[in-house]
Design a protein around this ligand. Structure first.
Ligand code: CAA
Length: 383
C-alpha cells in the first residue's frame, strides 16, 4: 500500500503543471464558459488556447511527437480545464479516449500516421462504440465491417459521439464476425473525409452544451485494410481496455467541475449577508462546505490512485478506473447540487455559474458507462 501511495502523490512537476493549466483556464477558457453553454457552441477559444500551450493531448507518447505526459498529468489537465468549463475539458479527455485504441493496440504505422497530427493539434480524435440500440450492452452493436480485397467496407450508425463533426479521426468498433459477439468485433480508424462518413444533428442536451454530440453515419465507407487497429476480432477487448484508462479521465472531469462549484460557493457565502452577517458564519452552511470538501478530496485521492494504476501493465486498473469514475461522478453531482443550494435562488439562475456546473456534472454519471455499469465492472473485478 505504501508503494501505491508514493506512486500517486503528485510531484513538483505535477504541481507546476496544475498552476500552468489553472492560469490558462482562468484567463482563456473561463471567460467564455457561460456563452459556450448558453449558445451551445463549440469552445473554439479553448481549443486554440490548449493547442497553443500544447495541452490538448498531453498523453501522446514522445515517440509519436507528443508530450508523453503520464496519466496523472493528463488527469490534472482535464481537472483544471473542467474547473473552468466542463465542455472544454472534453477536448483533452476525448482526444485520449479516441486515440487510446491506437496507442494500446495499433501498428507502428498507424501510431505514426495518426498520433503525430493529434499531438500537433492538426486533428482531434473521437471514439465510436455506442449505437442507438447498443449502449450499456456495447457488444450488441450492429455496425458491420466486411472485407473486400485490401479494403474493409463499413456500414452502420454510431450514436452519442462526443466531438463528432469537429474531430478529424474516429476509432470505430464494428462487427466483422456476427457469430462471435464480442470476439467478432474489430476496431478501425475512420477519417472525417472518408467517402460515406456523415453526421447527425447536434443533440440538445441538459449540459456540456459546448461539446457537440452527434450521430456518425457510415454509408459504404471503404477504408484500406491497414486501418484496422490490432488483429481482427480484438476490437471489443481494445475498447474495454481503453475505457479502463479513460474512465479515470471522466473522474478527473467530475472532480474538476465539483471543485469549480465548491470554489464559487466558498466565495459567495463570505459575501452574502443574511440576518446581519455573512452566511458563512452559520454552522449549517459551514457543515455543508465541510462535507463538500471532504467528499471531493476522497474522490480526488481515488482518482489519482486510479491514474497511478493506469501506468502499470498488469495492475487492477479495471476496478480502480470504474470505482474512480463512479465515485467521483456521484460526488460531483452532490457537490454541485449543494453549491446551487448554498447560492439559493441566485444559484438557480444563469447569472451564476453553479447551475451550469450542476447540469454539466450529471453526464459524468452517465457516459463512458453508466454508474450502474461501473458497478457490474467493479463486481466482476473486485481487488
Ligand atoms: N480489459 C480487457 N478485456 C476485457 C475487459 C477489460 N476491461 N472487459 C471485458 N473484456 C473482455 C472479457 O475478458 C471478455 O473476453 P473473454 O470472453 O475472453 O473473457 C470479453 O471482453 C467480453 O467481456 P464481457 O463478457 O464482460 O462482456 P459483456 O458483454 O458482459 O459486457 C460490460 C461487459 C462491462 C457491460 C461492457 O459492455 C461495458 O462496459 N458496457 C458499457 C459501455 C460503455 O462504457 N460505453 C461508453 C461509450 S463511450 C462514451 O460514453 C464516450 C463519450 O461520449 C465521452
Amino acid at each position: 500500500m505504501g508503494k501505491d501511495f508514493d506512486l500517486y502523490r503528485p510531484s513538483e512537476e505535477h504541481d507546476m503543471l496544475r498552476e500552468t493549466v489553472r492560469s490558462l483556464a482562468e484567463a482563456k477558457i473561463a471567460p467564455f464558459a457561460a456563452a459556450v453553454d448558453e449558445e451551445g457552441r463549440f469552445p473554439q477559444e479553448a481549443l486554440d488556447a490548449l493547442v497553443a500551450a500544447d495541452l490538448h493531448a498531453v498523453h501522446v507518447p514522445e515517440t509519436y511527437g507528443g508530450a508523453g505526459a503520464d496519466a496523472l498529468a493528463t488527469v490534472i489537465v482535464i481537472e483544471e480545464v473542467a474547473r473552468a468549463c466542463c465542455s472544454s475539458s472534453l477536448i483533452p479527455a476525448v482526444n485520449k479516449l479516441g486515440s487510446m485504441p491506437v496507442i494500446l493496440s495499433g501498428s507502428e504505422e498507424l501510431k505514426h500516421k495518426y498520433l503525430g497530427p493529434l499531438a500537433k493539434g492538426d486533428g482531434m480524435f473521437s471514439y465510436c462504440l455506442s449505437e442507438p440500440d447498443a449502449g450499456s450492452d456495447a457488444a450488441g452493436m450492429k455496425t458491420r465491417a466486411v472485407r473486400d480485397g485490401d479494403y474493409w467496407v463499413l456500414n452502420g450508425v454510431k450514436r452519442w459521439i462526443t466531438n463528432a463533426g469537429v474531430s478529424e479521426y474516429y476509432t470505430v468498433m464494428a462487427v466483422t464476425d456476427p457469430e462471435k459477439r464480442s470476439k467478432g468485433i474489430s476496431a478501425f480508424v475512420v477519417e472525417k473525409g472518408d467517402e460515406g462518413v456523415s453526421f447527425g444533428a447536434p443533440e440538445k442536451k441538459l449540459g456540456i452544451k459546448g461539446s457537440p454530440t452527434r450521430e456518425v453515419y457510415l454509408d459504404n465507407v471503404r477504408i484500406p485494410a491497414d486501418r484496422m487497429i490490432g488483429a481482427e476480432g480484438t476490437g471489443f477487448q481494445t475498447a474495454m481496455k481503453t475505457l479502463d484508462h479513460t474512465r479515470v479521465t471522466i473522474a478527473a472531469q467530475a472532480i474538476g467541475v465539483a471543485q469549480g462549484a465548491l470554489d464559487y460557493a466558498k466565495g459567495y457565502v463570505k459575501e452574502r449577508k443574511q440576518f446581519g452577517k455573512p452566511i458563512a458564519d452559520f454552522q449549517g452552511v459551514q457543515f455543508m462546505l465541510a462535507d463538500m470538501a471532504m467528499k471531493l478530496e476522497a474522490a480526488r485521492q481515488l482518482t489519482y490512485a486510479a491514474a497511478a494504476k493506469s501506468e502499470r501493465v498488469d495492475g487492477d486498473l479495471t476496478f480502480f478506473g470504474a470505482a474512480a469514475k463512479c465515485y467521483a461522478s456521484d460526488v460531483a453531482m452532490e457537490v454541485t447540487t449543494d453549491a446551487v443550494q448554498l447560492l439559493g435562488g441566485y444559484g438557480y439562475t444563469r447569472d451564476y455559474p453553479v447551475e451550469r456546473m450542476m447540469r454539466d456534472a450529471k453526464i459524468t454519471q452517465i457516459y463512458e458507462g453508466t454508474n450502474q455499469v461501473q458497478r457490474i465492472v467493479m463486481a466482476r473485478n473486485l481487488p
